[in-house]
Ligand binder design. Structure first.
Ligand SMILES: Cc1cc2nc3c(=O)[nH]c(=O)nc-3n(C[C@H](O)[C@H](O)[C@H](O)COP(=O)(O)OP(=O)(O)OC[C@H]3O[C@@H](n4cnc5c(N)ncnc54)[C@H](O)[C@@H]3O)c2cc1C
Length: 294
């Protein structure tokens, strides 16, 4: 049995808790904002690491970004991946999701020349671009089966080269079986992430990272990357306006819950009279509570 060869795509993103939008230009103010590994990608990493724990194999962490994005690859190395590739070139500047997926797919193809890739993992989305398009884009370009929004991988059989995943959809849980190779986008909260020990961090800090420019990543066609390869136009970036209303305490008397509920309905009706038809008195409780008819 051949052990799995896995690529995990990880992106460096600004720490969203500290991000601000410029009030005049509407652009994202990145200066002084610390960069972190996209939190959703930690779940993808953990799934790959658990497969390696069970079946052995090798994991390559792949990132496209500026030189400082090396930091997220070091984090991945400290958690247990074996190898790291940073695809970095000025020619990638301004890439939208189409160009990003092209560059990542080219790099994965190149990684696959060393040994065929069985599985590619991505996060479900990033916390900055937030589109969730890159994983599916990479799968399409590589001709790999896409398994999106995966929350569990109960079976990976390298002998039969098949995988069974659990996938959350709006209608419920799907159990899907696929052949390898495939690309999996991983849902958040799937499993608890692991922490790196100090020796692991020191080892990761010393480990070499392969840095590929566009040629090394196997990209000949300049019209497929950077601004030239990016048909998306960002119309406007803005922070949602703050809600003017403040929360109001309507009071609560535990012995008279119906009164508080009635006062709340009065307020709702004053603001949204169309809700009137939705209130039915036959749901009234002991204290005259009213319910919303379904
Ligand atoms: C016209 C235009 C110009 C842009 N210019 C720039 C720019 O100059 N600089 C800039 O930083 N951004 C730029 N962006 C944003 C950039 O397109 C996105 O950040 C990028 O395409 C990834 O999309 P996303 O963040 O929505 O990823 P998603 O599709 O939400 O990501 C899903 C998953 O794909 C993987 N992934 C995504 N991106 C990467 C990556 N780079 N490396 C490894 N794995 C990845 C991760 O596993 C991630 O969880 C631009 C966007 C547009 C539309």
């Amino acid at each position: 049995m051949r052990a799995p060869y896995i690529v995990v795509c990880v992106k460096q993103v600004p720490d969203s808790a500290q991000i601000r939008v410029h009030p005049v230009t509407g652009t994202i103010m990145r200066q002084g904002v610390p960069a972190v590994l996209n939190p959703y990608d930690l779940f993808a990493l953990e799934e790959a690491l658990q497969i390696k724990d069970r079946l052995g194999g090798r994991i390559v962490a792949l990132c496209m970004g500026p030189p400082q994005a090396e930091a997220v690859l070091r984090k991945a190395l400290s958690l247990g991946v074996d190898d790291a590739v940073l695809v970095s070139d000025r020619a990638f500047a301004g890439s939208d999701t189409l160009a990003t997926s092209f560059a990542l797919a080219s790099a994965i193809r190149r990684i696959g020349q060393e040994q065929p890739v069985d599985l590619v993992f991505t996060g479900k989305q990033t916390i900055d671009g937030d589109t969730g398009q890159v994983g599916p884009g990479v799968a399409k370009r590589l001709g790999m089966q896409l398994l999106s929004y995966v929350c569990r991988i109960p079976i990976l059989d390298m002998d039969t080269r098949s995988i069974v995943v659990h996938r959350w959809t709006e209608k419920g849980l799907q159990v899907l079986q696929s052949r390898l190779p495939c690309l999996i986008t991983v849902l958040e909260g799937v499993s608890e992430g692991r922490f790196a020990s100090l020796p692991e961090m020191i080892r990761a800090a010393r480990q070499p990272i392969r840095i590929w420019d566009r040629q090394a990543a196997g990209i000949e066609d300049l019209t497929k990357i950077g601004l030239k390869g990016s048909p998306t136009v960002v119309g406007k970036v803005f922070a949602p306006s703050r809600r003017a209303e403040r929360a109001e305490c309507i009071g609560w008397d535990a012995s008279q819950p119906g009164e508080a509920a009635a006062r709340l309905w009065e307020k709702i009706l004053a603001r949204q009279p169309e809700m009137a038809g939705k209130i039915s008195s036959d749901h009234g409780g002991e204290n005259g509570q009213k319910g919303v008819s379904s």
